[in-house]
Ligand binder design. Structure first.
Ligand code: CO
Length: 456
């Protein structure tokens, strides 16, 4: 078997999972050149929640971050996570936004785009895959892994064949909840290997305590690439720790060939940063604890903590268990959507409503109504017709790819921004996150104005 390749996720999912995506670019810069020397297959550094976090919390331009990382990382491929037609947001965007975004992401330094759709609806991913190829980057299509009566081995191998047909360069098994247990990991990787020659990558989380074990079994089954995060930003709700995984395979047929000394150096630097976030209370030690509830309820760690804090704010903490039991029922009613953004938030909200109102579906969030109308794509399984009728009655439903019905959005965004934008990157930031991007661009304009005044 070939050596096991490693994608390090520290600068994206690592800090997203453990410190709410708060790592600043200035904290990354001093370690980038060293990370570039390790010989990772790729560094996942952009996309997911990092874009939103730059604008909303860090007063940073996410595009500038990408260019800075690219400047310091000259040899290793840079990877990003894209939510398909949802780009980096929570709704479907028109194709003009998607095309411009992918083009600019690649121009600014991205080499690999990992694309997923919350419903595994290939129609919502196809455009992203084709555009990624069109602008010269590598496209990895990701399976949003979940368990349900419709998510069988055959379902997944069939999905992989569809990904291959629309032009994916590699496949990712994206286990965002950390519920792919070791022997299943072995079984799935074996089965997928049988239907495709494309490289396969495992992305998982240690939340339920099985992350490293599942990675090991996946490696035994021949997985090509695995995602890990440097130990200070690994484990818990994050990925298996990089140094640990490199040590595990040392001197075996899957030896990663990575140098543990350089890794130790990088870890020392990151550990200081991690400890500071711990002192500041941004790193909650709870996210580092094993949470087997994710395996029992098959709910992602992030969703568990969100539900708990929602219930706390409503003074209904005692309903936690009841809500956890309601989640799988809502999922079944909705045709078993995987619990990944934005479905995890939607299903969670509905479950809370159902429990607190003591009457199921007496109140329904707008997003759930949209979902029932087909506006998020095709449900993986059958939707409960009785409940659907009760909620949307005779309202019109759609069967086409949702973005098909959206009109171009960029022209309008430019007008709305007036003289606040300088580049198409600014326009894209605004289209994705209107409020926080606008505030960011206003601050930038004010700073420029102040600087000009000072010179005069
Ligand atoms: Co993840």
């Amino acid at each position: 078997m070939n050596k096991l390749k490693i994608t390090d996720t520290t600068l994206r999912d690592g800090h997203q999972s453990l410190i709410a995506t708060r790592l600043k670019t200035e904290e990354m810069i001093p370690i980038l050149e060293k990370m570039d020397k390790v010989g990772f297959h790729a560094l996942e550094v952009w996309g997911g929640a990092t874009f939103d976090s730059c604008l909303r919390y860090l007063d940073e331009d996410p595009w500038e971050r990408l260019r800075t990382i690219r400047k310091h990382v000259k040899n290793t491929k840079l990877q990003m996570l894209l939510r398909g037609q949802n780009i980096l947001g929570y709704r479907h965007y028109a194709d003009d936004v998607l095309e411009e975004f992918i083009k600019r992401a690649i121009e600014n330094g991205i080499d690999i785009i990992r694309v997923f759709d919350a419903l595994n609806d290939v129609r919502n991913m196809e455009k992203s895959i084709r555009l990624t190829k069109k602008y010269g980057a590598e496209c990895q299509a990701a399976i949003s892994y979940t368990k349900s009566p419709v998510h069988t081995l055959e379902y997944y191998t069939d999905l992989v064949k569809q990904f291959e047909k629309v032009g994916a360069d590699s496949i990712c098994i994206k286990d965002m909840s950390g519920i792919l247990v070791p022997y299943e990991a072995y079984k799935y990787v074996k089965a997928i290997k049988e239907v495709t020659d494309l490289p396969i990558e495992l992305h998982n989380h240690c939340t339920g305590g099985t992350g490293e074990m599942s990675l090991l079994k996946a490696a035994e089954a021949g997985i090509d690439i695995v995602d890990t995060a440097m130990s200070p930003f690994g484990s818990g709700t994050s990925q298996p720790p990089t140094e640990t995984i490199v040590s595990v395979f040392k001197d075996t047929e899957r030896d990663t060939g990575l140098d543990l000394d350089i890794l130790e150096d990088i870890a020392l630097y990151l550990k200081d940063i991690r400890d500071r976030y711990l002192e500041e209370g941004i790193l909650n030690p709870k996210v580092l604890m094993t949470e087997p509830k994710t395996l029992i309820y098959q709910i992602p760690g992030g969703m568990l903590s969100n539900l708990l804090s929602q219930l706390k704010s409503l003074n209904a903490e005692d309903k936690f268990e009841e809500v956890l039991n309601e989640v799988p029922r809502v999922r079944a009613d909705l045709g078993y959507p995987p619990l990944v953004t934005p479905m995890s938030q939607m299903v969670g909200a509905q479950a809370v409503f159902n429990v607190l109102n003591k009457k199921r579906y007496s109140a329904v969030p707008t997003e759930i109504k949209k979902y029932l109308k087909g506006q998020y794509g095709r449900a993986p399984g059958k939707i409960n017709e009785e409940i659907k009728n009760k909620i949307i009655g005779n309202e019109e439903t759609i069967n086409v790819r949702p973005a098909e019905l959206l009109e171009d959005e960029l022209p309008k965004a430019k007008i709305e921004l007036g003289d606040l934008w300088n580049t198409m990157e600014d326009v894209l930031s605004y289209t994705l996150f209107p409020q926080s991007a606008k505030e960011f661009l206003e601050r930038r304009k004010f700073d420029e104005y102040e600087k000009a005044e000072a010179i005069i």
